[in-house]
Design a binder for this molecule. Structure first.
Ligand code: FE2
Ligand code: FE2
Length: 262
């Protein structure tokens, strides 16, 4: 079984890159199930119906989100209606699914989306439940409903919080990967239990930018302290993702590989 997880799609160029590359990679690498983080797909901020449909058309089986769920006010009442969308399970003031089972090729794939608390709480203050506690609750639900695999997108800032989550869930799920920082980490690994882990899978977004934002504006803010308005860069995008392969019998990971197309 082979799984593809794609890092935060940022803006128009990120969407373009996804359109160019996702189906090709799915086909070339014989991918069985694809997760895409779409929290920055709409001009860097959130996701609208259009990006939701477009990401699914590119070949995603499920779309995960993060702190940017708050940007598109008109979407607040829509999240729960979108069949293939997850919002962090530990955010409690918005309606939406924090986990879900998608059945594909006779396999029940469970996916969970969580948001961290450390260093991100100020931009997602309504994550009132601990992501650790929420994770266990969602895992219980998915297992009761027959999930054969469980994958977790932990959308968080702090490396320590993500690593801790990896160890906490290693006997319960098949893969924990991080999103949100937009910078891929080089710590992809298989833990003792057979669970695959990486702290962050990076972004599919503009090159020569500061996390997807125009670098001139980001520099101005840092150097002068002025509050210049952030704008999403429209530079051509890089493509960041991971491919994880599992043994079909034991469900243990046998390989985790980063994709970094620049
Ligand atoms: Fe993001
Ligand atoms: Fe984020």
């Amino acid at each position: 079984m082979k799984i593809l997880a794609v890092g935060d799609i940022v803006g128009k160029s990120g969407m373009e890159k996804l359109k160019q590359r996702l189906k090709v990679i799915i086909s070339e690498q014989n991918i069985d199930f694809t997760i895409v983080n779409g929290e920055n797909a709409a001009s860097g901020k959130g996701l609208r119906q259009k990006e939701y449909q477009d990401i699914l058309s590119c070949g995603a089986d499920i779309i995960t989100m993060g702190n940017h769920i708050y940007y598109r006010k008109e979407m607040a009442s829509e999240y729960a209606k979108l069949d293939r969308l997850l919002i962090p399970a530990n955010i409690t003031n918005l309606n939406g699914n924090g986990s879900k089972i998608v059945e594909k090729n006779n396999t029940k794939f469970g996916v969970i989306n969580l948001i961290g608390k450390v260093g991100i709480n100020e931009i997602a203050p309504d994550a009132s439940i601990s992501p650790f506690k929420a994770a266990k609750e969602e895992i219980k639900k998915l297992k009761e409903n027959g999930a054969q695999y469980i994958f977790v997108d932990f959308h968080a800032e702090a490396t320590a919080e993500k690593i801790a989550m990896g160890y906490y869930l290693q006997d319960d799920v098949n893969l924990v990967f991080g999103t949100h920082t937009h910078v891929a980490t080089a710590d992809e690994q298989i833990l003792d239990s057979g669970m695959a882990y990486i702290t962050d899978i990076g972004m599919t977004g503009p090159k020569n930018s500061v996390l997807g934002l125009k670098k001139e504006i980001a520099l101005k803010r840092f150097i002068t302290g002025e509050r210049a308005r952030y704008e999403c860069s429209d530079n051509e995008a890089m493509f960041n993702a991971i491919v994880v392969e599992f043994d079909d019998t034991t469900k243990k990971a046998v390989n985790i590989t980063r994709i970094n197309e620049r």
